[in-house]
Ligand binder design. Structure first.
Ligand SMILES: Nc1ncnc2c1ncn2[C@@H]1O[C@H](COP(=O)(O)OP(=O)(O)OP(=O)(O)O)[C@@H](O)[C@H]1O
Length: 591
């Protein structure tokens, strides 16, 4: 799919529609109470602020001519009080709304993260991580203000507009229509640029997503970049993506600028028309100078909320571009999930059966076809074969990380598609070549799969897999802080920690995908004892290119040509003198 590259724009699969806005309202509605309070505070604050000119008028017309010093002090204090109260109310409102904005994005972000945790491997196979990250962090931030303050300000501005219109019509109906005459022109301009604006903001969201994806990829691959001296080339790519982002941003700004520009000019044209119609067309008998003065003041006031509403509209269009991405992620189907009538998988013995299994990552491109095999509980199975033959795919299917296209996979006779994923995966242990280390202590990392394990149990697991010695060599031992991906640890040390993690979780079925490939032969011999412990009584699937590691497995399956080409014990396969024999002989010659 086009989106899985940093410089390819994501296409929108679900265009924005009113349904999305209704979904945004779900988050806003949860904040109904503070939002109503904030609205009342705003209205009060604005109302109190409006009383200042009235006090001023009274002081100028009555108090000062009467030379009443005492009343003057009273009015001054009242004026001061209105300012203080209005500032206090505005401050409380702004604090409340900051909180509301943060609560809304907290909710959206939590939902996004929860959903991302459930999305299958396939989703992550298809996208650069940076494009996922930007949705959870940046896009959600960008919509906070519109979803909180935006709504309240919109209501206030509409009310403001209504009040001004009422006053305006009360003074002069005909001239009011002259002022309103600018509105259709303004709406026409909005309609004209609406689609362009939406596309422009979508482009900004796309370009920022691309930039983010590339930055993230570059940071992850910095070691390879430096090894191959690709810095200058990468800077070029970054600069290109950055320029694309800047251009997209400039275009939105240009379109956005059209709105205040139109409002300013329309306000001037309307005011000029007002003078023209008032003085020339209607004549001094019908319209006094005072009315013209009042109406031109209303004309200026009338266009201010329109300008504010247009700015809000701009922010809304901007937020929509982000909201549609956020909802697109939330709508991403969890294709690997529990069937409606899924059952708990009871504690298993570990028998694994493949019945005519067919699987394709991309429709029509089968990686496995009609694959059938039977593994008894407690057996150790080695999967060997050429690169890209489908060994990892086979083990990924046992954990149901992907849905199969045809056939059935059973564990102890239970069809995987009919059982609850959690109950399946909690009884499986999977160790990959690149064992992931999370930020935290070594103790936390080993305990990752069984949070209730005691320190003693953690240490016992580490001892079994020969990890205890090197852990104790660190100054803080098990409490040593390791950073994300474990870059403070050697590959082998990371493997040993993940062995301990898996052992502690005590799975019934164990999968080791090239899990010992980063461990030197001597450590591997040491580890063999621990590994034997780990394998004891469990069904295990071991993928290894180093055949010496798997010689002793109960059964070796040679994966090739979309299925199992050969299967048997090491001795049987050697005697058969087929593909396994060739591979084994070639490795022996190299050794
Ligand atoms: N996420 C994916 N999306 C599409 N195709 C994939 C994906 N993962 C693997 N493949 C393809 O499926 C085939 C089998 O891959 P798999 O990783 O199972 O091979 P393997 O036998 O484990 O290889 P290796 O020994 O190199 O680890 C390969 O042709 C690979 O290109």
């Amino acid at each position: 799919m086009a989106r899985n590259k940093f410089d390819i724009d994501e296409s929108l699969e679900t265009p924005f529609n009113i349904r999305h806005f209704r979904r945004a309202l779900v988050y806003i509605k949860r904040q109904k109470k503070p939002m109503i309070i904030a609205f009342v505070l705003s209205a009060l604050s604005a109302g109190i602020a409006l009383s200042a000119p009235l006090i001023m008028q009274h002081v100028v017309d009555v108090t000062i001519p009467a030379k009443n010093a005492q009343a003057l002090i009273g009015w001054s204090l009242l004026m001061l009080a209105t300012i203080v109260v209005s500032v206090i109310l505005a401050t409380i409102r702004s604090r409340m709304m900051t909180r509301v904005g943060q609560d809304i994005i907290f909710d959206i972000r939590s939902d996004l993260f929860k959903h991302l945790q459930e999305l299958p491997f396939q989703y992550y196979d298809d996208r650069p991580q940076g494009k996922i990250l930007i949705r959870v962090v940046n896009y959600v931030n960008s919509v906070s203000d519109v979803l909180s303050n935006g709504i309240i300000n919109l209501i206030l501005e509409i009310l403001n507009l209504l009040f001004i219109a009422i006053f305006m019509f009360a003074v002069d109906v005909k001239l009011s229509f002259v002022i309103l005459g600018g509105l259709p022109v303004f709406l026409g301009i909005i309609l004209l640029i609406k689609t362009k604006q939406r596309r422009a903001w979508q482009a900004v969201s796309n370009k920022s997503s691309n930039l983010n994806a590339y930055t993230q990829e570059s940071i992850s691959g910095i070691r390879v970049t430096q090894i191959f001296n690709r810095e200058a080339h990468n800077e070029g790519t970054f600069s290109r993506l950055s320029t694309n982002y800047r251009n997209a941003w400039m275009r939105t700004m240009y379109l956005n600028f059209l709105i205040p520009f139109s409002v300013d000019n329309l306000a001037t044209i309307v005011t000029t028309s007002l003078y023209f119609v008032g003085l020339l067309a209607l004549g001094p008998e019908e319209v006094t100078f005072g009315v013209i003065l009042a109406m031109s003041s209303y004309a200026a006031r009338f266009w201010q909320p329109i300008l504010n509403i247009s700015n809000l509209y701009n922010s809304f269009i901007n937020a929509v571009a982000y909201l549609e991405r956020i909802f697109e992620t939330l709508d991403e189907p969890v294709t690997v999930n529990d069937a409606p009538n899924a059952r708990e998988l009871p504690p298993i013995k570990g028998k694994v059966t493949f019945e005519d299994v067919t699987f394709a990552y991309d429709p029509g491109l089968n990686i496995l076809e009609n694959l059938s095999f039977d593994v008894k509980a407690g057996e150790s199975i080695a999967l060997v074969g050429p690169t890209g033959a489908g060994k990892t795919t086979v083990v990924n299917l046992i954990s149901r990380f992907y849905n199969i296209t045809g056939g059935k996979i059973r564990i102890d006779g239970h069809d995987l598609s009919e059982i609850k994923l959690k109950s399946l995966r909690s009884q499986m242990g999977i160790m990959l070549q690149d064992s992931f280390i999370f930020s935290g202590t070594i103790m936390d990392n080993i305990r990752y799969g069984r949070l209730d394990a005691t320190d003693e149990e953690v240490i016992a697991a580490a001892k079994t897999v020969c990890a205890d010695d090197f852990i104790r060599e660190f100054e803080k031992g098990y409490m040593t802080e390791v950073n994300e991906r474990g870059s403070k640890l050697s590959q082998g040390q990371r493997q040993l920690i993940s062995f301990a993690r898996t052992l502690l979780a005590n799975p019934r079925i164990l999968i080791l995908d090239e899990a010992t490939s980063s461990i030197d032969a001597q450590t591997e011999r040491l580890l063999q004892k621990g590994l034997n412990e780990l394998l004891k009584g469990r069904t295990s699937f071991i993928i290894a290119h180093r055949l010496s590691t798997v010689k002793n497995c109960d059964k070796i399956m040679y994966v090739s040509d979309k299925g199992i080409a050969e299967s048997g014990s090491h001795n049987e396969l050697i005697m058969r003198r087929g593909r396994y024999y060739k591979l084994y002989s070639a490795q022996k010659m190299q050794a």
